[in-house]
Design a protein around this ligand. Structure first.
Ligand code: BES
Ligand code: MN
Ligand code: ZN
Length: 497
């Protein structure tokens, strides 16, 4: 789908469709007003008959309206003007794109960015339009043999700005929006591929492909013998039951001269059976999504490189498959991590922290300005926060605040969970320096405490995306979260310099 920016009056648009907002109760937006005048009151007449109240998400298509140059006018309900917020704006865009998909129009000119959302400028509204439209339009059909493509797909959306003076800002919003949408789509695709395709080696190949596309992006991939030499006994203990080779993928994006890099570390378990502590069969297929943290690192690196952000960024992806076999790690086995700390593996299904801890220790060499790990780490996170928010746990309150701020801007929600010595004590082991599980209670927090033992020297935050990385059910799919959050966090770091 293409996006371009224009300014100009709605009644003068020669287009398959012009999109305008109607608020409650039947209040015309400025663009709708102009169309109404040009058509001699046609729109307000229809509204008076009661065809559209302006409830959020309501849509109505009018054809060949006299006095206008477009084939169709799409009226979209915007709810109460006063209540219009970020979430509702996205609902409005979603409704508009869905209506277009069913309309026969392959392109449209949208005036929805004129809607007033408190504290949000037209850059924000346009970028959000693009990200949302691309999310709604996304299909993953690679494994379908019948042609399930729509006959008349939506090809182009023209977003409008008030005047020619605003074109430059609009174009920046479009290009940033496309970069983020492309990043999210990469993340979603990697997640949605089945685990017999998306293996650690597949991620390695995808990393090489991504790096080739950008001049200032390189990638290095460490194989198992390199990891052995580095002493990554914890990471390697997870891969012992599988034939697939483990990989440690390291992206290096160089967009600034000497500054310390920000580091992202993403859990890349391409399939999590649980290992010897094997999972129950129900919904086990969804454990192909256990590499969504890794995929979000790919997506964010891609977006940052596309936007050419003036920062330095390292992306680290420990990629493994967690399988049971006669060579697999057993409950009670003790392993030595790269940090030198020993770990009693009481449950081989708590494998995410075992690969992350070595990746985090490895990251110390980059002297990060900040380090954020992203992981589908605990089922407990779903119990705590459901599917709406990712959990954040951090050893640095200014970093948490920065993430909270980026979360508000990107509307990619997070909620902080606490850390304290009481929780940390839950992972003490009678035999080793620590154990990899902390008992039945506070599972997300004790997992965070485990990682915190490896990040003492760094400004670190952990994002548990177990509830937000994918949706289940008939529309099962990776969501692309938290790419919007992470890219916004990195965009904000540029403004700071
Ligand atoms: N990948 C899972 C966590 C998960 C489960 C995410 C379901 C999303 C949906 C992780 O590796 C895991 O198995 N965690 C265990 C930890 C426990 C053994 C301490 C869990 O949450 O049950
Ligand atoms: Mn597991
Ligand atoms: Zn897992």
């Amino acid at each position: 789908m293409d996006f371009i920016v224009k300014s100009g009056h709605p009644e003068k648009q020669r287009s398959a469709c012009v999109i305008v907002g109607i608020s409650k109760t039947r209040r015309l937006s400025a663009a709708a007003e102009l169309l109404d005048e040009a058509s001699g009151g046609y729109i307000s007449n229809i509204l008076r008959r009661g065809d559209l109240e302006g409830e959020i998400g309501q849509t109505l298509i009018l054809h060949s309206v006299e006095g206008t140059l477009c084939d169709r006018i799409l009226l979209v309900g915007c709810g109460k003007e006063r209540d219009l917020d970020e979430r509702q704006y996205r609902k409005i865009i979603t409704a508009a794109v869905k209506a277009l998909q069913n309309s026969g129009a392959t392109e449209a000119v949208s005036y929805l960015s004129e809607l007033n959302i408190k504290g949000r400028d037209s850059y924000w509204k346009i970028r959000q339009t693009i990200e949302t439209a691309r999310v709604v339009n996304y299909r993953f059909t690679e494994y379908k043999t019948s042609n399930s493509k729509p006959k008349r797909p939506l090809k182009k959306i023209v977003v409008t700005v008030p005047s020619r003076r605003d074109l430059a800002e609009g174009e920046k919003a479009v290009s940033d929006g496309i970069a983020i949408a492309n990043g999210m789509e990469l993340t979603r695709n990697l997640g949605n591929h089945p685990a017999n395709v998306c293996t650690p080696s597949y991620l390695e190949q995808e990393a090489l492909t991504l790096a080739k596309r950008h001049r200032n992006l390189s990638v290095e991939v460490l194989n198992e013998s390199k990891m052995e030499k580095l002493g990554m006994g914890s990471l390697l203990s997870v891969t012992r039951g599988t034939k697939e080779d483990a990989k440690l993928i390291v992206f290096k994006y160089n967009g600034a001269k000497k500054e310390k890099p920000h580091v992202l570390v993403g859990k890349g378990v391409t399939f999590d059976t649980g290992g010897i502590s094997i999972k129950p069969a129900a919904a086990m297929d969804e454990m192909k999504y256990d590499m969504c943290g890794a995929a979000s690192v790919f997506g964010t690196v891609s977006a940052v490189a596309d936007m050419k952000l003036p920062i330095n960024l390292i992306g680290i992806v420990p990629a493994v498959e967690n399988m049971p076999s006669s060579t697999a790690t057993k409950p009670g086995d003790i392993v030595t991590s790269m940090s030198g700390q020993t770990i009693e593996v009481l449950n081989t299904d708590a494998e995410g922290r075992l690969i992350l801890c070595d990746a985090l220790t490895y990251a110390e060499r980059f002297e990060p300005a900040s380090i954020i790990d992203i992981a589908t780490l605990t089922g407990a996170c779903l119990v705590a926060l459901g599917h709406h928010m990712s959990a954040v746990i951090s050893n640095n309150s200014s970093l948490t605040n920065e993430l909270m701020y980026a979360s508000k801007t990107s509307d990619d929600k997070i909620w902080e969970l606490p850390m304290s010595p009481e929780y940390d004590e839950q992972i003490n082991s009678p035999f080793a320096d620590m154990q990899n599980i902390g008992g039945r209670t506070a599972g997300t927090i004790t997992a965070g405490c485990f990682l915190a033992r490896f990040t003492k020297k760094m400004r670190w935050a952990h994002l548990d995306i177990a509830g937000t990385a994918w949706v289940s059910g008939a529309n099962k799919s990776a969501t692309g979260r938290p790419v919007p959050l992470l890219t916004q966090y990195l965009i904000d770091r540029c403004a700071q310099n």
